[in-house]
Design a protein around this ligand. Structure first.
Ligand code: MGD
Ligand code: MGD
Ligand code: MO
Length: 648
């Protein structure tokens, strides 16, 4: 069997990234979980015995029903990006937990700071159409490692480059992408807003502004102007830790090249001021009127352009007036350890995990592990493999992969709806997530007819009349009709219809209505014990913690690595290839050091997200990251983390 890109789909053009092309290897891996397993040893020991589906589902339904009879909010669903399919993620599962009255989950672990930033600036997750980057004369790749995380965009950027465009990369790490751009601005993590404000400063003093666009299509210019004028290139250079000439030249390129496009990505928003940074950058195209051209503007995510009928899929009406509390998935470590209290509500007694591996991916793993290890917690994990999380399950239920089930997708780059048609029968006894929740619903006596919807019906429901389902079935994708230059005439989907430099909605939350630079919680130089900033972006051959167990991909990544700048390594007596101890007050991580100028001085790069059990001492980078939250969106601050490194 072979998995390949669809040559007829313009955005993929037959190309696949290295990891996804290994999907057959992953699917038929001998270690795949192919029958339900029940825990037989202590939590975390990984000791399980096979059981039949009926026995497992009967017992799970009985356990959940017993808890729900007392307090349904003591049950918490935990799911995220394993599959981002609309049906195998939140359809029957959401209906099930709504009917149950379980706690709601705030799905914040990836993009919520950036999302809120876009909502409050542009009005939603909207922006340039990705294909038009090919016609841009300047592309700023800001907080994104396209070659690793967004290969299809990189093809488009290459086309622009061949047409003579200049590519600038803004990233604390010298990534493969940064190496292939004309310019690399290697700033300190969490300082992007300062850089963006200094660019505005230069746009103002050199009058590289589109006064007409600003007057007609923006809100809050006077305030933003005043703020930006305080950010001289010198001040920003000092804050960002980059040469002042780089700040000036970025502003000059941006102010004088037309059309200019910014490919923003989520890397920059995993810090305290992440949303403010995204807000600051998202203001730039309105200042220069870049939006007037279809090859100008900014794109963070296109997902807000997809007309998904979430209510029809997820049926929040099944709550029937109940208003359960919401658990933030970022703070699952703390929350699993909390007792019942008036502010928190009931202690968490049961977790149902699907499409996620929180023990590996959630911050401050020491606490996450302690929570999952609670003997009084009932944990069900729907999985393909015995992940770090599955090791703590009471039941592991074998899930189908995307090769084995139906689904429909949105995208956060292009604007095509995608169909996922099963290519093979489920392997072993694997079942789609939807089927598991359907069967649990029936055992719990949920009689609403919506629990009988099959997967193909759910695929139709996702987009209703907005997408021609016949076309989707025939072609595999359906292109949304979106104007080429969506904001050429303003008309942003904000309350004012303008690009909101000043957001009344943000001000009403008691926050600054204008974007500003907020230093990291753990900014370099603010701790006597931990002088180094650590970021933990993904390794090229992994998808968060997925694919880490696929032998050929793990061999390609060899082992967990910490990139450290030669100067920082020399100061600590660390040789290339030495095992080092990376630590802070939250924990420690043993890893091999790679002495390399991919790391800037003062910043180490702990590539992720390895499974803990493949780590040298059974931990991964998230042993060190904190559960603090971003300025807006309640998101994680994975890249706002101070550490010290010592040879072992
Ligand atoms: N191969 C691969 N592809 C992936 C993923 C994966 O794990 N592996 N994950 C997928 C998912 S779920 C997501 S959300 C996206 C994530 O992809 P992106 O949105 O691109 O985000 P990251 O990979 O977190 O970070 C991108 C870059 O930002 C840099 N960075 C870190 N801190 C800062 C900062 O403060 N400022 C700036 N300017 N840059 C910073 C990092 O060094 C990194 O090179 O990729 C998707 N694609
Ligand atoms: N330090 C650090 N931590 C990070 C990040 C980082 O950059 N640095 N990135 C963060 C980001 S951007 C994200 S999005 C999160 C992602 O975190 P998660 O949402 O947990 O995603 P994955 O780590 O890919 O794990 C998903 C699991 O779902 C399983 N799965 C896949 N498809 C299916 C399915 O159809 N059914 C079922 N039942 N299971 C399935 C896979 O086998 C896999 O084990 O991690 C975050 N954590
Ligand atoms: Mo993500």
């Amino acid at each position: 069997m072979k998995v390949q890109g669809n040559p007829a789909h313009p955005q993929t053009g037959g190309v696949l990234c290295a990891k996804v092309s290994r999907y057959p290897e992953r699917t038929y891996d001998p270690s795949r979980v192919l029958q339900p397993l029940k825990r037989t040893g202590p939590k975390g020991s990984g000791q399980f015995a096979p059981v039949g589906w009926d026995e497992a589902l009967d017992d799970i339904a009985a356990r959940l029903a017993a808890i729900a009879a007392r307090e349904p909010q003591a049950i918490v669903p935990y799911s995220y990006a394993g599959t981002m399919g609309l049906v195998q993620a939140e359809s029957i599962a959401a209906r099930f937990f709504h009917q149950l009255g379980a706690s709601l989950l705030d799905r914040t672990i990836c993009s919520s700071a950036g999302t809120e930033a876009l909502v409050h600036t542009l009005g939603g997750k909207v922006g340039m159409k990705v294909e038009f980057f090919a016609q841009s004369r300047l592309i700023v790749i800001w907080g994104s490692n396209s070659i690793t995380s967004n290969l299809h965009f990189w093809r488009i950027a290459q086309e622009a480059k061949r047409n003579g465009a200049k590519l600038v990369c803004i990233d604390p790490r010298r990534t493969d992408t940064a190496q292939k751009c004309h310019e690399h601005i290697q700033l300190l993590p969490g300082t992007d807003a300062a850089l963006a404000l200094a660019v505005m400063h230069e746009l103002i003093v050199n009058d590289w502004l589109d006064h007409d666009y600003i007057a007609q299509h923006t809100l809050g210019w006077e305030g933003l102007r005043e703020r930006a004028l305080r950010w001289t290139p010198e001040r920003a250079a000092e804050t960002c830790g980059v040469p002042v000439e780089q700040v000036r030249s970025l502003a000059r390129d941006y102010g004088t090249t037309k059309p200019a496009a910014i490919r923003l990505n989520y890397g920059m928003q995993r810090v305290r001021g992440g949303a403010n940074a995204v807000r600051a950058v998202a203001c730039l195209p309105a200042l220069t009127g870049a939006w007037r051209h279809r090859a100008g503007g900014v794109l963070l995510s296109s997902s807000g352009m997809f007309p998904v009928d979430k209510a029809a899929l997820q049926r929040p009406d099944l709550l029937a007036g109940r208003t359960p509390r919401t658990i933030n998935m970022v703070t699952i470590g703390d929350d699993l350890l909390r007792p019942t209290s008036p502010s928190f509500g009931p202690r968490i007694e049961a977790l149902v995990v699907y499409n996620s591996n929180p023990v590996a991916v959630a911050p401050e793993s020491g606490k996450v592990v302690a929570g999952f290890a609670r003997e009084d917690l009932f944990t069900v994990v729907l999985e393909h493999f015995r992940t770090d999380t599955a090791d703590y399950a009471d039941y592991i239920l074998p899930a189908t992969t995307q090769l084995e089930h139906w689904d429909v997708h949105l995208s956060y780059g292009h604007t095509d709806v995608l169909l996922n048609r099963p290519a093979i029968e489920p392997v072993g006894q694997a079942r789609p997530n939807t089927q598991v929740f359907r069967e649990l619903a029936s055992r719990m006596g949920f009689t609403d007819p919506c629990f009988a919807d099959d997967d193909l019906a759910l695929c139709r429901t996702a987009y209703g009349d907005q997408v021609d389902f016949g076309e989707l079935l025939a072609k595999g994708f359906a292109t949304l009709e979106i104007p080429d230059a969506p904001f050429a005439e303003g008309r942003f989907p904000t309350p004012s219809g303008k690009c909101e430099f000043f957001s009344e909605r943000v001000a009403r939350m008691g926050l600054d209505g204008l974007p500003d630079y907020l230093p990291n919680y753990e900014a370099p130089g603010t701790s006597a014990h931990y002088p180094l900033a650590m970021i933990s972006p993904p390794a090229r051959n992994f998808l968060n913690s997925s694919f880490v167990n696929v032998p050929s991909l793990r061999e390609a990544e060899r082992e967990p690595l910490l990139e450290i700048h030669p100067q920082d390594a020399a100061a600590r007596g660390i040789a290339n290839g030495a095992v080092v101890r990376v630590f802070n007050d939250r924990g420690e991580y043993l890893v091999k050091a790679e002495v390399s100028d991919r790391a800037r001085a003062g910043v180490v790069n702990g590539l992720g997200v390895w499974w803990r059990k493949f780590g040298l001492a059974g931990t991964n980078v998230n042993q060190l990251t904190s559960q603090k939250l971003t300025d807006l969106g309640r998101g994680p601050v994975f890249y706002d983390c101070l550490v010290e490194v010592q040879p072992v």
